[in-house]
Design a protein around this ligand. Structure first.
Ligand code: AMP
Length: 234
């Protein structure tokens, strides 16, 4: 897309509760902009499959719906930010989720001389989130996401991309969803407040209606992300 390469190195954060569409919007933006996308959830889910003490520890934490400790998550993200090439954008899906992670991100961006992040908050009421998560299915091999009611696979229980089996994520089951939503309210809503308070001063915050059709949201995202920072401040 025109305009993207003229913007220097930058960080775009998708924030929102589980099921708010962060993964979908991150992938759409990555494919349109060429920016790299990092999903902390995907990194941690992969790490949790390993037969190591860390893998075992992550499996235990994630199975309860709790957040993984800040040090583990920050280590995974920091190295990716440090390796950013000039004029490249990095989309973070699911990070930061605690105020301490947000402060760590600020420190790194400052140390690298980078601007504050563009924060895109996908706002969705809890009743809709719970319904979406109970009907979400993911391809066991490539990770593509479907929804049994709003965006089913044309191949039924198989992925449209690679034919992999569509499965329910272990943490999308009822009791765990409630705990993930509670963790979001307790630990991540304060991060949103943190960015709202700093909007225009070391970062940009935009709230988006996450109940709209994904293509409509993606259009709004593209408008925000492709505008030069000076235009956003107007
Ligand atoms: P997600 O795929 O973003 O819903 O993340 C799945 C799970 O990974 C979460 O419920 C947490 O246990 C863990 N996780 C992902 N991102 C973070 C983060 N930034 N901080 C702590 N835990 C995280």
């Amino acid at each position: 897309m025109g305009g993207v390469t003229s913007l220097g190195k930058r960080i775009i954060l998708f924030m929102g509760a589980p099921g708010s569409g962060k993964g979908t919007q991150s992938s759409l933006l990555a494919s349109r902009s060429g920016f790299t996308c990092v999903s902390t959830g995907a990194i941690l889910r992969h790490a949790a499959t390993l037969n190591t003490p860390d893998g075992f520890r992550l499996r235990q934490v994630m199975a309860t719906g709790a957040l993984v400790d800040d040090a583990t998550v920050c280590d995974a993200v920091v190295s990716r930010i440090r390796n950013l090439r000039s004029k490249e954008g990095l989309i973070l899906d699911g990070f930061p989720r605690t105020v301490s992670q947000a402060k760590r991100l600020d420190e790194i961006l400052k140390a690298m001389g980078m601007a504050g992040p563009t924060v895109l908050h996908l706002d969705v009421p809890n009743s809709i989130l719970t319904r979406r998560l109970s009907t979400r299915r993911q391809c066991a091999s490539c990770g593509a996401v479907y929804n049994l009611s709003s965006s089913p696979s044309i191949n039924g229980s198989r992925c449209e991309l690679d034919g992999g089996a569509l499965v329910e994520r272990d943490d999308d089951v009822e009791g765990v969803v409630a705990r993930r939503l509670a963790a979001y309210e307790a630990e991540t809503l304060p991060v949103i407040e943190y960015y709202v308070a700093r909007n225009g001063r070391g970062g940009t915050y935009r709230r988006l209606d996450g109940t709209l059709d994904p293509s409509v949201i993606a259009k709004g995202v593209a408008e925000i992300v492709l505008l030069p920072e000076t235009a956003l401040a107007a």
